[in-house]
Design a protein around this ligand. Sequence first.
Ligand SMILES: *[C@@H]1O[C@H](CO)[C@@H](O)[C@H](O)[C@H]1NC(C)=O
Ligand SMILES: *[C@@H]1O[C@H](CO)[C@@H](O)[C@H](O)[C@H]1NC(C)=O
Ligand SMILES: *[C@@H]1O[C@H](CO)[C@@H](O)[C@H](O)[C@H]1NC(C)=O
Ligand SMILES: *[C@@H]1O[C@H](CO)[C@@H](O)[C@H](O)[C@H]1NC(C)=O
Ligand SMILES: *[C@@H]1O[C@H](CO)[C@@H](O)[C@H](O)[C@H]1NC(C)=O
Ligand SMILES: *[C@@H]1O[C@H](CO)[C@@H](O)[C@H](O)[C@H]1NC(C)=O
Ligand SMILES: *[C@@H]1O[C@H](CO)[C@@H](O)[C@H](O)[C@H]1NC(C)=O
Ligand SMILES: *[C@@H]1O[C@H](CO)[C@@H](O)[C@H](O)[C@H]1NC(C)=O
Ligand SMILES: *[C@@H]1O[C@H](CO)[C@@H](O)[C@H](O)[C@H]1NC(C)=O
Length: 309
Amino acid sequence: MICKMCIVTWTLMPLFLAGVLCNTWEVVYHQQRICTVKGSSAVIPCSFYYPENLRVKRVMWVHVKSHPFRTLFISDRKMKQVTSTFQYFGDKHQNCSLKIHQVEHNDTGKYTFRFTTNSKGGKWTGRVGSTLKVVDLSISVTKLNGNGTTKEGDSVNLTCRNSCDGSKLLSAFTWFKNGEPITEGPTLYLSNMSSTNSGNYTCSLKTHTATTSGVIHIDVEYGPKNTSVSVRPSMEADGGSNITLTCSSHANPPVENYTWFKMDDGDIMDVGNGPVFVPAYWATCTRDVLIIATVAVLLIGITVTAVRR
Ligand SMILES: *[C@@H]1O[C@H](CO)[C@@H](O)[C@H](O)[C@H]1NC(C)=O
Ligand SMILES: *[C@@H]1O[C@H](CO)[C@@H](O)[C@H](O)[C@H]1NC(C)=O
Ligand SMILES: *[C@@H]1O[C@H](CO)[C@@H](O)[C@H](O)[C@H]1NC(C)=O
Ligand SMILES: *[C@@H]1O[C@H](CO)[C@@H](O)[C@H](O)[C@H]1NC(C)=O
Ligand SMILES: *[C@@H]1O[C@H](CO)[C@@H](O)[C@H](O)[C@H]1NC(C)=O
Ligand SMILES: *[C@@H]1O[C@H](CO)[C@@H](O)[C@H](O)[C@H]1NC(C)=O
Ligand SMILES: *[C@@H]1O[C@H](CO)[C@@H](O)[C@H](O)[C@H]1NC(C)=O
Ligand SMILES: *[C@@H]1O[C@H](CO)[C@@H](O)[C@H](O)[C@H]1NC(C)=O
Ligand SMILES: *[C@@H]1O[C@H](CO)[C@@H](O)[C@H](O)[C@H]1NC(C)=O
């Protein structure tokens, strides 16, 4: 077995020290700081070296939690189970890499590797370790019309950010609306929005859809649509019976105020409020009349005509 220390030493001091230093006990952590997104997997790359004539008996990773100060021992037997969070990616020769699946915030902290050999007292802990940092994806929102409510026709850009990337755009992202994947890329462009754009938006790493950002709730406001008036029992009511006028209209936020107007000989009178209107004078009318009711819903008017036979 040729170890890394041998090669390094050989080039520096070819004559004597190589053989001696090859007996070096060492754990090399190839990345001392590892940043990863919650929900993704992280690999801690690691190599270990020991005198050539020995055999490795046990390997072990220690998670030195930053808080509370607790040490978690992971035996190699446990690490063979792929279902567990921790998977030993290495072997019993030189590779001591550790893979952590579905990283959680509480996986943050320092990880160190130790191993024992068949020699009495022949064990080693690489104290330097690798430190794992766990971050969440975040979404920034840019709107042209300031920070207020979102209205029909507005444009909004949502940008997903992985703070592990620093200022660079390294990660590929997938966008979700109400949990369904809709598109890929760092920015989601929503322009000329309508009510169909309302929903809950999140992003994830393209490679790990289990990673997820906070939710951006978009609620596109719009004025009354599909305004209509229904007349019961019918537009041509029998003498002596009442009629009921019902106005329905969709808006976001919902229509609050309804006003009923009666047009009579060119005069316009405000005769009622609320979505349902029962003209009190209807049944008592003695002659055939034409009633024109105009309902105003946030400036949108519609006219309904009821004829008495
Ligand atoms: C260790 O083994 C894993 C899995 O086989 C491999 O992906 C990785 O590159 C190896 N790492 C080193 C440092 O050899
Ligand atoms: C870490 O957090 C996850 C989810 O919050 C939880 O299921 C798990 O038990 C925690 N692990 C430890 C060691 O506290
Ligand atoms: C969204 O991004 C595009 C392209 O960078 C830009 O032209 C547009 O003005 C942005 N819109 C908003 C609302 O920020
Ligand atoms: C919108 O931004 C202005 C300053 O740009 C601030 O004064 C105001 O409070 C903000 N309004 C809301 C609803 O956040
Ligand atoms: C969006 O999220 C809010 C709050 O979590 C929830 O009440 C609402 O039902 C969600 N909407 C959809 C369309 O999933
Ligand atoms: C915005 O959408 C509306 C309705 O969906 C459409 O009538 C209008 O032409 C669109 N405007 C632009 C600039 O695309
Ligand atoms: C208006 O009516 C149309 C057709 O019935 C329907 O597709 C649409 O969703 C309605 N709009 C609103 C805002 O209710
Ligand atoms: C019509 O409505 C008025 C007021 O609500 C009520 O007093 C009257 O009894 C109703 N007439 C009929 C025929 O239902
Ligand atoms: C509805 O009417 C009330 C009372 O007249 C008023 O205070 C409120 O601003 C109105 N709401 C809307 C959306 O016009």
